[in-house]
Design a protein around this ligand. Structure first.
Ligand code: GAP
Length: 492
């Protein structure tokens, strides 16, 4: 019987734990809500996703450079960016269950439910009413919408709600050893501000000419009102962000460019096209003149993975005002009228993707439970169809048996391949069992060393997806594997 989305998602979560991809943080103390640790294979997969992004965004662009700014920043940064006053989520409590919810999340769940029921008009209307209430920070309207659409608490089942209130999402801590006189600092809620404050440092030291971009990957922290769906909404997570600085007036062109470029980056991984969609924002934040989300169809509905935002000159101007330092660029190129542009504050197009959401998307996409039963016997395998470039282990090397010099030969092969590829050596269990273990962690190649290998320096190489095996010369292994795991397959 076909599994429901819910069952499949549960299977992905337990698979992630069983094979060392993701663990609950501090599990032996019953965990810390919405905080997760990446295990031995999870950290490899995460690193490969980062590398794919960094290659595509930084190394493939002559006009984009990468930085690594500190998590702690001067407290005024967050005043200037608007986070101290405005980085809030609207929350609502159910008086009977005493459970707290994000008002917009309750409404979004209702929208997803309407969509699933085919009530697309109702879903669209609720979406636009909600967007209007959020943009206008109209908290009483949010409560009206919850009541109007008959939303009940999933725990108590009642509609006995408090008023909607704002809740600031930033974590704060004390800076300096002295309790008295020490300053309150924040754990950054986005990596972007580390880029904005370094805009001129990078531009001048790197002699960057507009248009150019600054990218970074790093941790961000948000005290989410509710956190759920595994690593979808976490309190500590990672972002991969890029700010692209452009001439005023060229922002629309570059917004369209990055929208397409970013979707292409996702699709290159081979994800079916209908799994992605854009969600263009109709109501915009006060500093944005265009914004869109790239959404992926998770088992719990279409949800945002990445945002592309045209942020105007808002952030740089705010930092000019709060720091008293000029954030301007001298453009000595000519405009269409043949005049130098002179000084201006650049406009910014931002691409911002959650690394953990991308990780979850990648696992969900790759996870497959295959029925291999024949008339003679029942059989199945669990498979991660990861793109070879992202797979945590590229090649597993097995001696057919533990004797006759086969382990030594297998290790010899491993010693030549391990410089270029993450390899795993395994000699325990029957060969079929070893293949299945590698299928379950997404290893694209298994190399088996047998007695013939000792005579003619050939091995069998087994391909994960097709399960086909071929006999190849040991001397050719490096080329065969390199060809499949190369970033060229994704980026060329
Ligand atoms: N600088 C813009 C910015 O931070 P955002 O839409 O708030 O924009 C960007 O966040 C991306 O970060 C989201 O698309 C999502 O993938 C990821 N993200 C945001 N909050 C998250 C959370 N609590 N847990 C995991 N990922 C999150």
């Amino acid at each position: 019987m076909a599994k429901t989305n819910d069952e499949q998602f549960k299977n992905v979560i337990s698979h992630a734990k069983e094979y060392g991809f993701v663990f609950q943080s501090s599990e032996i103390y019953d965990g810390l809500s919405a905080v997760y640790d990446y295990g031995q294979l999870g950290s490899e997969l995460k690193n490969n996703i980062k590398a794919y992004w960094w290659k595509a965004m930084v190394q493939m662009h002559e006009n984009i450079v990468g930085i690594d700014s500190a998590i702690f920043m001067h407290p005024k940064v967050w005043k200037a960016s608007g986070h101290v006053d405005g980085f809030n989520d609207p929350m609502i409590d159910n008086k009977d269950s005493k459970k707290r919810y994000r008002a917009d999340q309750l409404l979004e769940d209702k929208i997803t439910k309407y969509e699933k029921e085919g009530k697309t008009d109702k879903a669209a209307k609720l979406q636009s009413d909600m967007d209007a209430a959020l943009t206008g920070e109209n908290l009483s309207e949010l409560k009206n919408l919850i009541e109007e659409h008959g939303i009940a608490c999933p725990i108590s089942g009642t509609k006995n709600w408090t008023d909607v209130r704002q809740f600031n999402l930033m974590f704060s801590t004390q800076f300096g050893a002295m309790a008295e006189g020490s300053d309150e600092v924040y754990l950054r809620p986005e990596t972007a501000q580390g880029i904005f404050v370094n805009f001129l440092n990078v531009q001048k030291s790197g002699r960057m000419k507009i248009p150019f971009g600054i990218a970074q990957i790093g941790k961000a922290f948000r005290n989410e009102v509710i956190a759920r769906q595994f690593i979808m909404r976490m309190r500590e997570f990672e972002q991969m962000e890029m700010q692209f600085f452009v001439r005023p007036g060229e922002d629309k062109k570059w917004f369209d460019y990055w929208k397409i470029a970013r979707l292409k980056w996702h699709q290159a991984l081979g994800t079916p096209e209908n799994k992605y969609r854009f969600h263009d924002h109709v109501k915009l934040a006060h500093y944005a003149n265009a914004a869109t989300d790239i959404e992926f169809e998770f088992p719990f509905g279409f949800k945002e993975v990445e945002g592309i935002h045209s942020r105007t000159d808002f952030d740089l101007k705010q930092h000019e005002q709060f720091s008293g330092k000029k954030m301007q660029y001298f453009d000595n190129d000519l405009n269409e009228e043949g005049k130098p542009f002179g000084n201006y504050v650049p406009y910014v197009i931002e691409t911002s993707i959650g690394l953990d959401r991308m990780f979850l998307l990648t696992l969900i996409n790759a996870f497959e439970e295959q029925d291999l039963s024949t008339e003679e016997k029942q059989d199945s395998r669990t498979l991660l169809r990861l793109h070879p470039a992202l797979a945590p282990i590229k090649v597993a090397i097995f001696p057919l048996t533990k004797k006759d010099g086969l382990p030594e030969k297998a290790k010899e092969i491993m010693d030549t391949l391990k410089f270029d590829f993450n390899c795993m050596y395994e000699e325990k269990d029957a060969i079929g069992k070893r293949y299945r273990r590698q299928d379950a962690i997404g290893t694209p190649f298994c190399v088996t060393v047998d007695h013939q290998s000792l005579e003619d320096n050939t091995v069998t190489i087994r391909h994960r997806d097709s399960m086909e095996q071929e006999r190849v010369a040991i001397a050719d292994l490096e080329k065969i594997i390199a060809n499949k795991v190369s970033w060229k397959n994704l980026l060329a």
